[in-house]
Design a protein around this ligand. Structure first.
Ligand code: PLP
Length: 463
């Protein structure tokens, strides 16, 4: 009976491994910062190396750690590069990285309060503070999720559970007609997978037309709900987006809230990345109306720059949340609906996810995050002003740190520009469509990106 000391090294061995790992990570971050953003690993060779690893004989862990970092340095798109202006994958804040180390080392189990009372209470405190910041009513609750998709799925499950008291037991069969959820055609389409998962089918989704500028048309929304109701469908939920993935547009939050109220529907606001504007007194008005939601999604792993896998779900209806996720077993130490997260959320075993945002927020305060989001917005304002001077068209009128740009004819197509920029390796931008029009999309996702990085992008765009 001997302990495997590679899996469970003693304190001295651990200290050496940690010290080395620190150095390898620092070296990697430096190399990444000076290198190209896009992968340059020869994948044919890499696959050969990988397939030769049959795990028959042990390998030296220290070498493996170094190998992993070296491979990732050249084998992935680099979120920590200051020129990454891409999908909303942040360069992680240092406090959230530190949180991951602590949580990984101690591995507290947050599914029941009694197993990690301090960790559960840190998360609960943070959630309450954010509910207040959003403007949700007193007594609102929430929890951390794996991401925005899980938070949105939670919202829809709650809406279905509240809409029909038999849904929990009978699923979609409990409804007399086709349940419906209303999202704009510019929404994040994880909603399709969510409808599939929740048993009401992808046909439950109504993609509401937009107003020509990427925001849900409230008039179209009202008309579609009326038509659906008239034909015997069961409208259940409106999910407005506050910060569309493509273009940072905000659906008309008050108008959607009014329609939800009149039609007695659950009102969800998906503010997965735009929700970070709650930090900024200067920009909070962009989210006006979010406080009227029955539930809200905000991802800490987007604009709050937490490490990946940190979403948040908030709701003004704690009783519905419990009704949705309640379960009793004899093998859990307790079954307390007020504090035990496994009876209030989708996950069972639960990592102490909230520490990532807790340490970040506690160490900079709301002011620090205001500075962070405003920095991104200021950079995009600057980029837009310069690009406009050079004849580019700004296709999205967003107050978030994202721009969608159409090149002037003499420069060429958005597609060619994106290809050219990505191939340069100094910047990463994406090609997408807004209202059917191809655009070059640039989004500030790295708190370290500076004006000089934007100037270098502009130089490429006008060359
Ligand atoms: C508006 C919006 N909602 C939901 C999601 C899905 O979030 P996640 O990738 O964290 O599951 C995204 C992701 O980009 C998003 O932009």
């Amino acid at each position: 009976m001997t302990t495997n000391t590679t899996l469970f090294p003693d304190q001295n061995e651990r200290a050496t491994l940690n010290k080395n790992l620190d150095q390898y990570i620092d070296a990697s971050l430096t190399t990444i910062g000076k290198g190209t953003i896009t992968p340059r690993e020869n994948l044919t060779n890499f696959r050969k190396t990988l397939s030769a690893m049959q795990f028959q004989a042990p390998q030296n862990l220290d070498n493996l750690l170094q190998w992993t970092l070296n491979t990732l340095e050249t084998g992935a798109v680099q979120m920590t590069h200051k020129g990454y202006l891409g999908l909303f994958n942040p360069a992680p804040s240092y406090p959230s990285e530190a949180a991951d180390r602590i949580v990984s080392a101690l591995n507290p189990q947050n599914c029941v309060w009694s197993h990690a009372p301090v960790a559960v209470e840190i998360e609960a405190h943070l959630i309450t503070q954010i509910c207040d910041r959003i403007g949700l009513p007193k007594g609102s609750v929430g929890h951390f999720t794996s991401g925005g998709s899980e938070a949105n799925a939670t919202a829809f499950l709650c809406a279905l559970t509240r809409a029909n008291e038999n849904y929990a037991e009978h699923g979609a069969r409990a409804f007399r007609g086709q349940p419906r959820i209303y999202i704009s055609k510019e929404s994040h389409l994880a909603w399709l997978k969510i409808a599939h998962q929740n048993g009401v089918g992808r046909q439950a989704i109504r993609l509401v037309p937009t107003d020509g500028h990427g925001c849900m048309s409230a008039t179209a929304l009202k008309t579609i709900i009326e038509k659906d109701t008239a034909q015997g469908d069961i409208p259940v939920m409106i999910a407005a987006t506050a910060g569309t993935t493509n273009a940072g547009m905000v659906d008309p939050l008050h108008a959607c809230a009014d329609i939800a109220k009149t039609s007695k529907l659950w009102y969800h606001v998906d503010a997965a990345w735009g929700g970070a504007l709650i930090a900024s007194a200067r920009e909070r008005h962009v989210l006006d109306g979010i406080e009227r939601a029955d539930s809200v999604t905000i991802d800490a792993h987007k604009w709050f720059a937490s490490t990946m896998g940190t979403g948040m779900f908030f709701t003004a209806h704690p009783e519905t949340l419990t009704k949705t996720f309640r379960v009793e077993t004899s093998y859990m130490p307790s079954n307390d609906e007020d504090v035990d997260l496994y009876v209030n959320s989708m996950m069972w075993s639960r990592r102490f996810l909230g520490l990532r945002l807790f340490l970040s927020l506690a160490s900079v305060g709301w002011e620090g995050y205001a500075q962070h989001v405003e920095h991104g917005i200021n950079l995009i304002d600057y980029l837009n002003t310069q690009m406009h001077k050079h004849g580019w068209t700004i296709a999205n009128n967003s107050r978030m740190a994202v721009t969608c740009l159409i090149p002037p004819k003499h420069i060429g197509s958005a597609e060619d520009m994106v290809k050219k920029i990505v191939a340069s390796g100094t910047h990463w931008v994406s090609l997408t469509k807004i209202e059917g029009q191809p655009v070059l999309r640039a989004c500030i996702t790295n708190g370290r990106t500076q004006k000089a990085d934007i100037d270098a992008l502009i130089a490429q765009c006008i060359a």
